[in-house]
Design a protein around this ligand. Structure first.
Ligand code: SF4
Length: 223
């Protein structure tokens, strides 16, 4: 990307950010949690599952398992039953148990606060680590790229990349670091409320004028 193109893209992005900030002033992580551990568990459960469904399951779960030791010591079958409705429950239960065992054994029962340590816990990938660092600890070391962030970044012409890792790298170049966590929330909120995968509501979109609508079918447009 030439310097000029990068400069123009950053200028447009600043306007997009200002508009999204104005549209969603209350933006926040939509996974309910009270502690870093809660958020780690909720994020693991959110893979291939809606936040809404996760939020139905977690109140009981968090009441029953209050510490990393509780998850680490829980019989796998019991944990599987407790999270069954979030899907892929066998894998998720295994990942939760493995991560919590590592938290107990290597981190004194506390969720670690660095990317390197988090991704070394079994079953925790970069995306989950970014969610926990950004939302539980206020540390911006990356941009969460989920399906909404990937789709909107492409439609908005912020990246041509397809894989989350490469999209994240592009976004980290464009977005100011102190806004990395907020930025993914804005795109996730906008993706859920306006720019859905199947039928983006371009006509009523708050950032219509700033969006090149890359890959959006013409029939969705009004221009
Ligand atoms: S203009 Fe359309 S494609 Fe662009 S962000 Fe808005 S809804 Fe999505």
């Amino acid at each position: 990307m030439s310097r000029e193109i990068l400069k123009a893209r950053i200028t447009r992005l600043k306007k997009i950010i200002a508009a999204l900030d104005q549209t969603y002033p209350e933006v926040h992580c939509e996974l309910d949690h009270q502690s870093p551990l809660d958020l780690l568990i909720a994020t693991i459960l959110s893979a291939q599952c809606t936040d809404k469904r996760v939020n139905i399951v977690t109140p009981e779960l968090f009441k029953k398992y209050r510490s990393a030791v509780d998850y680490a010591d829980a019989p796998l079958a019991e944990l599987e039953r407790a999270i069954k409705t979030t899907g892929f429950f066998r894998n998720k239960a295994r990942n939760i148990k493995a991560a919590c065992q590592a938290i107990v054994q290597k981190h004194g029962g506390k969720v670690p606060q660095t990317m390197e340590e988090l991704i070394r816990l079994g079953g925790v990938g970069r995306k989950t680590a970014n969610v926990v660092l950004g939302n539980a600890f206020g540390i911006n070391v990356g941009v969460v790229v989920d399906t909404h962030v990937a789709r909107l970044s492409q439609r908005l012409g912020l990246t041509k990349q397809k894989t989350p890792e490469k999209i994240e790298r592009d976004l980290m170049t464009l977005v100011p670091q102190n806004q990395w966590t907020l930025f993914s929330h804005w795109l996730i909120w906008h993706g859920r409320r306006r720019c859905s995968a199947r039928k983006p509501d371009c006509e009523n979109c708050e950032i219509f004028r700033l969006c090149p609508q890359i890959g959006v079918r013409k029939s969705f447009n009004h221009g």
